[in-house]
Ligand binder design. Structure first.
Ligand code: ADP
Length: 402
């Protein structure tokens, strides 16, 4: 079975064709600058790669180019489009309606459209991606995997804010979280690796630390709480985002800087976090280099990040009455030993001890970095959101064939 996974952004379209026998991608690529004057496709398969500038006024042309690349004699991975059994689409928001992936029909598309207000930058592009695929690949089963579906199982006390309740019922203002597919994948992989049944009281704290970072408390295989909020601006400070912030600061700064809410939110999203504090970069590799050279603000940015993550780990251990496992994943979680060390140190009171040597020298795949005497397993698990989408798509496509 071959599953095409599509992640359509406002001006880009990322894709992977996954062979479900091996669960490995046999082709992948990205169409960039869709709708702009110079768009380009980068495609990889069979160890060969090409990059070509091609006109892509809309996502429809991008999908046509992707399909042409997939069946290309030299660079392709299949000989006919019919070899694609189903398509899985990453969709940002279901507004809390779905707690799992679903086969796409008009009802699902209506839910997607009804929630555009909650994700105005991404959701329209996700919908366009589905529509373009449907028109070019009629009859091929399509599945929607919602980025926040995993968080839909949080208890009310974790997702309702301390605002007038009507804002939730009338305007859907609540915690939605993000990176749900990743939290679901790594918490499931942790249970598999440790040989436990996740539904039998298994408590994991998953730290997805990348450009955008979020932490989740996962209990009995379900999300119990997560740090990102109504939007991905909440939670820990990130590459360029503030993380949690007292909203009164916006009014105060608006008056000082003579800026409106829109501009202030742009600052909160694009110029804050690690970039804003350090003045150096949003990238942790640059921060690490600068900090080692003695740059105080770069070190401060790293300290703020790891301190905030540590506080979430402690909070989620309290929320779940302990933790059996902590997982680190995504760009920083998988690669930055210093960040892992800072988050995990001084947590002996709750049974967390890491082995510094193992933390510094990771092997391939899942790595156990638990130290001697540690009661909480500490794992580094490479995330794979595309594989989750492909697995869900394969399962739902098979069920609709029955
Ligand atoms: P995104 O949210 O864009 O998917 P990623 O998960 O790719 O982000 O994470 C990007 C972050 O991971 C960057 O800050 C980058 O510096 C960091 N990172 C990637 N590789 C390494 C590495 N080898 N060492 C330290 N940090 C790394």
């Amino acid at each position: 079975m071959k599953i095409l996974v599509i992640n359509a952004g406002s001006s880009s379209l990322k894709y992977q064709l996954i062979d479900m026998d091996t669960e490995l991608p046999i082709a992948k690529g990205i169409c960039e600058r869709i709708g702009q004057s110079t768009s380009c496709i980068t495609h990889e398969a069979n160890g060969k790669k090409f990059k070509a500038e091609k006109p892509m006024p809309t996502h429809t042309e991008a999908i046509e180019l992707m399909l042409a690349a997939l069946v290309d004699k030299e660079y392709g991975a299949i000989s006919d489009m019919k070899e694609i059994d189903a398509v899985g689409h990453r969709i940002l928001h279901s507004g809390g309606v779905y707690d799992r992936s679903v086969l796409i029909n008009e009802e699902v598309m209506k839910v997607c459209a009804d929630n555009i207000d909650l994700a105005p930058l991404h959701q329209p592009a996700n919908i366009t991606g589905v529509r373009a695929c449907q028109s070019i690949m009629p009859g091929v089963p399509m599945v929607a995997t919602f980025d926040n579906a995993f968080h839909a199982t949080m208890p009310e006390k974790a997702y309702i804010f301390g605002l007038p309740y009507e804002y939730y019922t009338d305007y859907k203002v609540r915690r939605y979280g993000a990176h749900g597919t990743s939290h679901r994948f790594v918490s499931g992989e942790a249970a598999k690796y440790l040989g436990v049944d996740p539904s039998k009281g298994f408590k994991v704290i998953t730290c997805h630390l990348g450009n955008g970072s979020s932490i989740a408390a996962v209990k009995d295989g379900k999300c119990f709480d997560t740090s990102m909020s109504f939007t991905p601006l909440g939670g820990v400070p990130m590459g360029t985002r503030t993380g949690d912030l007292d909203p009164a600061i916006l009014e105060y700064l608006g008056a000082k800087l003579n800026l409106g809410l829109k501009d202030l939110l742009t600052i909160c999203n694009k110029k804050s976090g690690m970039l804003g504090v350090s003045g150096v970069s949003s990238d942790f590799r640059d921060l690490s280099t600068a900090a080692k050279e003695g740059n105080h603000r770069a070190q401060l940015a790293l300290d703020i990040f790891t301190y905030s993550c540590k506080k979430y780990v402690g909070a989620y251990a309290a929320a779940m009455n302990g933790a059996d496992c902590i997982v680190f994943t995504a760009g920083i979680g998988e690669h930055d030993a210093y960040v892992r060390k800072c988050i995990a140190e001084d947590l002996e009171f709750m049974g967390v001890v890491i082995d510094e040597e193992k933390n510094e020298n990771l092997g391939k795949g899942i790595c156990d970095i638990t130290g001697k005497g540690g009661k909480v397993k500490v794992l580094v698990i490479p995330t794979n959101e595309e594989l989750v989408i492909a697995r869900d798509t394969a399962e739902l496509a098979l069920s609709c064939k029955k």
